[in-house]
Design a protein. Structure first.
Length: 293
């Protein structure tokens, strides 16, 4: 039995929050390669992880969201996949400590798979496997395939993570508000997403990020998931959609705003609750406090 599944059997877990906005606050410029900081500014990454851990996060997610070859190619670092991912896992492992859990993060490719786009399936699978192997060797307890929009891309990434030796894989889709309810950018419904995640063998299925979603939208997605499977469910909402204020992008939901969602999300089946874009250690602290009651 994997440590993560053991812990889930004991009760609801709290995941960490955003990495990107924390890096920006630490000085990462627009278009910068945050994953490179795993080797160039490791103390900054470690301190962010430690802040989430101190706030009460059980799960620490590696700083490797854009660590696949496709995204790293934008920065001229496509050959550094394994170095940056392993370094990211080592840092997260150090911050998580003996009792914490590390999720090795596989983000989306940023491209579209052929034949609709130019990304070849074999190239995507190969990169996901390389990244997963490095994350596991660095100490990740599980792999999370997150912020997914397309069923095929998610499927290939989960398969690659399993092939790399991951005993537990989490899969999570990003939805946006539409007149017909939450859907991904590719038009996938929550039920279709859940069926695909179950079909490929994900151990935990979830939702994260997204645009225009309120608490009721998150609840609808969780209800659709639960109608498909009894697997543990993950939910990591944004701290609202960002708005420009004084020349800066500000997320409108304060920690107490998101914490007010906690009980209803758990009531709809969420076994892991954390934050995504704009969620800070203070948002995670509010979740942890809400869990304690």
């Amino acid at each position: 039995m994997n440590r993560l599944l053991d812990r889930l059997a004991e009760g609801v877990l709290v995941a960490d929050g955003a990495m990107g906005t924390m890096l920006q606050s630490a000085g990462l410029g627009p278009g910068g390669c945050g994953e490179a900081w795993n080797v160039e500014r490791p103390q900054v990454i470690l301190e962010i992880h430690e802040a989430y851990r101190e706030a009460g996060a059980d799960l620490i997610t590696t700083n490797t969201f854009g660590g696949n070859p496709q995204r790293l190619a934008f920065h001229g670092r496509a050959d550094d996949v394994q170095e940056l991912s392993r370094a990211g896992a080592v840092l997260a492992r150090s911050a998580a400590g003996e009792d914490g859990l590390v999720l090795g993060d596989l983000g989306p490719s940023g491209e579209v798979l052929a034949p609709l786009g130019t990304l070849e399936a074999d190239d995507w699978s190969r990169g996901c496997r390389l990244q997963s192997e490095a994350l596991l060797s660095g100490g990740a307890d599980a792999i999370i395939v997150e912020t997914q929009y397309a069923v095929t891309e998610m499927t290939l990434a989960v398969e690659a993570a399993h092939a790399a030796g991951a005993t537990v894989v989490l899969a999570s889709f990003a939805f946006g508000k539409t007149p017909s309810g939450p859907r991904t950018m590719m038009g996938t419904t929550p039920r279709e997403a859940a069926e695909a995640m179950v079909r490929v063998g994900a151990d935990v299925i979830g939702m994260n990020c997204g645009t225009g979603l309120d608490r009721e939208d998150h609840e609808r997605v969780l209800e659709a998931y639960r109608s498909v499977t009894a697997l543990p469910l993950l939910v990591q909402p944004n701290a609202g959609d960002p708005a420009s204020m004084g020349g800066e992008q500000v997320h409108p939901f304060a920690p107490d705003d998101l914490a007010a969602w906690f009980d209803s999300l758990v009531g709809k089946g969420a076994a892991i609750v954390g934050g995504c874009c704009g969620a800070t250690p203070e948002h995670i602290r509010a979740f942890a406090q809400q869990r304690r009651g």
